[in-house]
Design a protein around this ligand. Structure first.
Ligand SMILES: Cc1cc2nc3c(=O)[nH]c(=O)nc-3n(C[C@H](O)[C@H](O)[C@H](O)COP(=O)(O)O)c2cc1C
Length: 187
């Protein structure tokens, strides 16, 4: 059976993140983002894909900064409010009732209530005809220690609280992981 191109999230589950940015005029923006990946470990650089008509992209180009916020399970409604197509002059933190979290290394605020915040600066933009690829450097990464536990292997998620985008049919279908299971040891 051939899988239709627009159903490929089913074999490539994607993260559900919220990207927060601020425009040169100081307007705060937040948008859900799934086409986003670390570029190998240890997550020093990230890659995100953006359609060209995105305030997020404009703000990243203008300021060279963005924050990747990881929302917990339960924040889906807020995520969907942020996916609405508000004009650039609208403060999406206000529209979605988001509480800003002061970032340490970038001007763009993070979002309170999220599980993790990766503050990033723009390294490179690869512009294609219909979309753009943004490579960012993670300049500060923090997690909410209520949800993460320090183990020998480092910080690990305590309660499996992140969701993944699993399919899209007139809107996102989000899969909520049940539990973590170790599948082996590499080294
Ligand atoms: C779960 C989810 C994931 C999304 N992922 C992306 C993405 O990876 N790239 C993109 O360009 N738009 C993505 N979108 C669409 C944007 O979030 C949406 O168009 C939003 O209004 C853009 O806001 P902005 O114009 O303020 O940047 C996604 C939407 C949802 C609901």
């Amino acid at each position: 059976m051939k899988l239709k191109p627009n159903k490929r999230e089913q074999i490539f589950p994607l993260p559900v993140a919220l990207i927060s940015t601020i425009s040169n005029q100081g307007v705060r923006n937040a948008a859900p983002w799934s086409n986003i990946t670390p570029i190998l470990r240890p997550l020093d650089e990230v890659l995100l894909a953006s359609w060209l008509k995105r305030d997020t992209l404009t703000n990243i180009r203008e300021t060279g900064e963005f924050v990747i916020n990881i929302p917990p399970v339960g924040m889906e409604e807020v995520v969907m409010v942020c996916s609405r197509n508000y004009p650039p002059e609208v403060d999406e933190f206000e529209m979605a009732g988001l509480k800003p979290r002061l970032s340490e290394k970038v001007k763009a605020p993070g979002i309170e209530g999220c599980l993790a915040w990766a503050e990033c600066t723009l390294i490179e933009e690869i512009l294609r005809e219909k979309f753009s690829l943004i490579i960012g450097k993670v300049v500060n990464l923090e997690v909410d220690e209520n949800f993460f536990l320090m183990k020998k292997a480092g910080w690990i998620s305590k309660k499996s609280k992140t969701s993944v985008l699993h399919s899209w049919s007139r809107g996102p279908y989000i899969y909520l992981p049940q539990r973590h299971r170790k599948i082996g040891r590499l080294f």
